[in-house]
Design a protein around this ligand. Structure first.
Ligand SMILES: [Zn+2]
Length: 693
């Protein structure tokens, strides 16, 4: 059509105004029955058994940025929440902006209608002339009901802006000045991602990121965010790391389910520091020409409204498109499988009905939920949508060791614990559960036999067990025996609540009957708020992974400045075992290799450095707080990690050839054998972020 000089009507202003008006009149028609109730109210039975007169109001209209402009009848790229009052100034500074309201919009449209301002002037204020569907609602308008969207905001901007436009080009710029070729930098970057040790639920990028020439999903970007800071420490210029750190703070804090004024203060401070680093006139981003002083993008600008939105409407996670986006998926997939022609709509409808019929049948079955899943430390429900609505990638849990053992462990009853542990579990406190049986061949064996059957390297297991018994149970004679009998287990499962004491408050005598029935006021204890991790001690050939854990050491007298690691230590599990001493006392213990914590957190990355020591020891497993993710300190040079990756790959290949298992591609890479210093990755999940800082 364009070839014969006919303009496409979709490019025409009148057409777009007509289209906008059509969308709004349709929504208005659908909501018509509710509008009457907004005036007259409706009698509703409430959960406390009382009847109340309720008035529905438009509180939230969830949508991405494009949808928000359409819903508000606003011109791009203006912000639905504020108006620029000092053009040409620093637009990320709140002082140069003022709040935008529905009244402002209604007034401007009225004035345009009566000829007091021109259409051009109306547009300059940010508005199209079509009235939004909610303009006649008695209580609330559309501008008020639009709010920041985490999925297309802070989550998606990580790749769209932070990595693609700022960090990676900035790294290339600074290394080019030092005469390092971009290709070498790319290899170092990818090798580092590839050598990040595996961790339960963490997506591994075993071939790096830049070499992968495909589209990454937002879910994958979230996985990258968990490790990026540790990976880039040393090779990203300091202000680049700082920018990344502030961005990750914004990401973690904006996803909090519960906020206090304190946490909102942190969020606001992170946002303001983020902008000041990015736009510092003498800073690297301006110098490298990656950004101009005028830079202002609505999706990044929206951060400025995050805290205020939480104050008005509650946690951002409850009205982000993470919640709704997942439901597009079946429709998109049905469209792909249709003939994409005139019958495609009918095909999609049919697919939908089949799915919902199946779902309602499933709902009738009384499935034992505990069997479905639960390996996701961020919480998830049985249809594969986690608490944030993001789709769960089961593929990475298929990291061979984990999927096999999970199946193996699914036979019920699969775990045992002491009565106290089981009670703790039901109260959603920390609980440690052991598999029902010890490893075959490792039941009731002597510590010296255990040593010969297991590779403890240069650690002396028998000696450590004896020494522990001597110190912890001095009156007991077991430690004087030549042999101590132990049963060795391959793993334990640890569960712990994901909330912090500050986020919950127990009920008070004044609480209502309803509240008293609940244990906590703000966070309902449920299994989705409880993390479950499998900790391994690598006794098996098939699952050689040895988990690293956070051990509580309240008896230690902290030296120097106190911090969140003062009474904690990191250790790697070498063996999980039980033993019985006199008077039938049953002990659940772990043999560990200790790390030492080196000083305070690094200001640039917010992480502690831990280093392998030459000390080994035995601890009661109850001292374990949770598993931790350690990332090697790769250093500040370009090249060594590339070499290390080649070396580790060669070792793995050699091992595979020796064992005649060339087909098995997913062998655990024992990165721990090659590095001494590690960063304690507190960005891995919200619980680590809140507790290790
Ligand atoms: Zn704004």
């Amino acid at each position: 059509m364009n070839n014969v000089g006919i303009d496409k009507h979709s490019n025409n202003d009148d057409y777009r105004e007509w289209h906008r008006a059509l969308v709004h009149s349709t929504i208005k028609m659908v909501l018509e029955p509710l509008v009457d109730l907004m005036r007259t109210g409706i009698r509703l039975y409430c959960a406390d058994g009382k009847e109340r007169l309720c008035f529905p109001i438009l509180c939230q209209h969830i949508g991405d940025m494009e949808e928000q402009w359409l819903l508000a009848c606003m011109k791009k790229p203006d912000c639905p929440k504020c108006i620029i009052i000092n053009p040409g100034t620093q637009l990320h500074d709140p002082r140069n902006r003022t709040i935008r309201t529905d009244a402002h919009a209604a007034n401007a449209r009225e004035r345009q209608k009566h000829g007091e301002i021109t259409l051009r002037e109306l547009m300059d204020l940010g508005y199209h002339k079509t009235k939004p569907y909610a303009s006649e609602f008695p209580h609330n308008g559309i501008l008020d009901s639009l709010c920041p969207d985490l999925l297309h905001g802070v989550s998606k901007c990580f790749s769209d802006y932070i990595m693609k436009r700022f960090i990676w080009p900035y790294m290339q710029y600074s290394w080019k000045k030092k005469g390092v070729a971009a290709s070498l930098l790319r290899m170092e970057f990818d090798s580092r991602f590839a050598l990040v040790p595996s961790y339960m639920g963490l997506r591994r990028f075993k071939d790096g990121i830049l070499t992968q020439n495909h589209h990454w999903t937002v879910h994958e970007h979230k996985e990258m965010m968990k490790v990026t800071l540790a990976v880039l420490a040393g090779i990203c210029p300091p202000d680049g790391l700082e920018l990344l750190r502030e961005y990750l703070h914004i990401h973690r804090l904006s996803h909090y389910h519960v906020h206090s004024e304190e946490s909102l203060g942190w969020l606001e401070s992170a946002i303001s520091v983020f902008w000041s680093i990015l736009k510092r006139p003498t800073g690297g981003f301006i110098k490298a020409g990656l950004i101009t002083n005028e830079f202002d993008v609505q999706r990044l600008h929206y951060f400025m409204h995050y805290a205020e939105s939480v104050r008005e409407k509650g946690s951002l996670t409850s009205y982000s498109t993470d919640r709704t986006e997942i439901w597009h998926k079946p429709i998109k997939s049905a469209f792909r499988r249709s003939n994409k022609g005139k019958d495609s709509m009918r095909f999609i409808l049919k697919e939908q009905s089949v799915l919902s019929a199946f779902q309602s049948r499933l709902g009738m079955l009384d499935l034992d939920e505990s069997q479905t899943n639960g390996t996701d430390s961020n919480g998830g429900n049985s249809n594969g949508v986690d608490a944030n609505g993001a789709e769960k990638e089961l593929e990475e849990l298929s990291d061979k060791e984990d999927s096999n053992s999970d199946n193996e462990e699914l036979g019920l009853p699969r775990e045992i614990g002491t009565a106290e542990q089981i009670t703790a579990l039901h109260k959603s406190e920390k609980a440690i559960l052991w598999p029902r049986n010890a490893r075959p061949g490792f039941r009731q064996i002597s510590t010296t036999d255990a040593e010969s059957k297991t590779n403890f390297g240069n650690a002396n297991f028998s000696k450590a067990v004896k020494q522990y018994l001597l110190e912890a149970h001095p009156g007991d004679s077991s430690s004087r025996n030549e042999f101590i009998t132990v049963s060795i287990y391959s793993n334990i499962t640890i569960r712990y609540p994901l909330w912090t004491p500050a986020e919950v408050s127990a009920h008070t005598p004044e609480s209502s009957e309803m509240e008293k029935r609940r244990e906590y006021k703000y966070v309902l204890p449920g299994r989705y708020h409880v993390a479950k991790e499998i900790l391994r001690a690598g006794v098996e050939e098939v699952y050689p992974r040895r988990s690293c854990v956070l051990v509580s050491t309240p008896e230690r007298v902290p030296r120097g400045q106190q911090n969140s690691m003062s009474q904690r230590r990191v250790a790697q599990l070498l063996c999980l075992f039980t033993t019985r001493i006199e008077n039938a006392i049953f002990l659940q213990l772990a043999f560990v290799h200790w790390f030492e914590t080196k000083g305070q957190v690094s200001p640039s990355t917010g992480m502690y450095t831990v280093r392998f020591t030459s000390r080994f020891g035995v601890i009661p497993v109850d001292k374990i707080e949770r598993g931790v993710h350690l990332v090697p300190k790769f250093g500040s040079e370009i090249g060594p990690t590339t070499e290390m990756k080649k070396k580790i790959d060669a070792e793995r290949d050699e091992k595979l050839i020796k064992e005649g298992e060339l087909t098995k591609s997913n062998v655990w890479l024992d990165v721990y054998a090659h590095y001494e210093d590690y960063l304690l990755n507190n960005w891995i999940d919200p619980h680590a972020y809140k507790n290790i800082f």
